[in-house]
Design a protein around this ligand. Structure first.
Ligand SMILES: Cc1cc2nc3c(=O)[nH]c(=O)nc-3n(C[C@H](O)[C@H](O)[C@H](O)COP(=O)(O)OP(=O)(O)OC[C@H]3O[C@@H](n4cnc5c(N)ncnc54)[C@H](O)[C@@H]3O)c2cc1C
Length: 281
């Protein structure tokens, strides 16, 4: 694999924030992933996997080890089973399965992540989650060994999977969908709603906070009058209260200062404790 040094991480996240990775590599096959993991092991440095970087906030100081950007692609539909490489676009997977009249991943269309990132985060929208149609996940651990996990061997909760506790790289996932002639229509309705209610043109990392049980973080933030609040280049979206957008050269510390301010006001005015959904590295 081609290992580069001092690569700016702002170029690999949708937030457009983050200092340099000491080492950086992009992998497009399992063999390359094994080699990249071996490099980190031999050098005794930490590694971090990035998919499409749509749920990440890297520090302004960057990352002191190896960042592995996963681009293992490929997608195959066989009957109602769908296999996808972890670097495949989750949004495209949602569109293509719906076009094939298969239901279960319509909600994925418009989520700008990779299949691996969606599995890791158990991405979801409305009442749908990635785990719902998931069958199995292939994973390479930090020692380079391949594992095939069935869904039942893994734990999934709201924006959480067992992979948060594991060190390695998801290489592919298999889903079981349901034949449904209405799938394409449902997918189009979902994506239409999404583009009306979420700021798509400004750099962000999607929802910044998890929804507290039975509540909407966006609604609480709006109730507290925080939409439009700005610190440095980071601003609470005027369209969706749970999005922080990078208005103009925001730094990670601008975002974190804004996060702390939102948490403080929301706690004071509503009693709710907000927790970040975006992964801070
Ligand atoms: C405009 C916008 C809208 C969004 N809407 C939604 C939404 O509706 N619902 C939702 O759930 N999320 C949403 N998100 C957040 C984000 O798109 C999802 O969390 C997505 O699943 C992240 O995928 P990714 O490939 O970008 O992961 P990254 O951001 O690159 O990584 C996220 C985490 O997953 C890990 N990871 C990624 N790939 C792998 C892999 N192959 N192996 C091991 N670990 C891996 C990373 O280490 C990191 O901890 C939105 C984001 C944006 C910018």
């Amino acid at each position: 694999v081609n290992i580069r040094e001092a690569v700016p991480l702002k170029d690999h996240t949708t937030f457009k924030i983050g200092g340099p990775a000491r080492f950086f590599t992009a992998v497009t096959s399992k063999e390359e992933a094994v080699e990249a993991l071996a490099f980190a092991r031999e050098k005794e440095i930490p590694f971090y996997i990035v998919g499409k970087g749509s749920n990440l906030l890297f520090d302004d100081s960057g990352f002191p080890g190896l960042v592995i950007c996963n681009g293992i692609g490929g997608m195959k539909i066989e009957g109602d089973r769908v296999w996808a490489g972890a670097g495949y676009s989750f949004s495209l997977l949602g569109v293509q399965t719906a076009r094939s009249a298969l239901s279960g991943l319509e909600f994925a269309s418009g989520i700008p992540g990779s299949v691996g990132g969606a599995v890791y985060m158990n991405a979801g929208a409305g009442s749908f989650e990635t785990k719902d149609s998931l069958v199995s996940v292939e994973f390479i651990d930090s020692a380079g060994k391949t594992h095939l996990y069935s869904k039942e061997e893994l734990v999934f909760r709201y924006r959480y999977s067992s992979f948060h506790e594991m060190k390695g790289l998801i290489t592919s996932a298999t889903f079981a969908l349901t034949p449904d002639p209405q799938a394409r229509l449902k997918q189009l309705q979902l994506v239409n709603y999404r583009t009306k209610t979420q700021p798509y043109s400004d750099p962000s990392a999607g929802c910044i906070f998890c929804n507290p049980p039975g509540e909407s973080a966006g609604r609480l933030i709006e109730q507290c009058g925080l939409k439009g609040l700005r610190i440095g280049g980071a601003e609470v979206s005027t369209l969706h209260g749970n999005f922080i957008v990078n208005r103009e050269g925001a730094t990670a510390s601008d975002v974190l200062d804004l996060v702390e301010e939102i948490k403080r006001v929301v706690k004071e005015k509503t009693g709710h404790e907000l927790h970040m959904e975006v992964r801070r590295v």
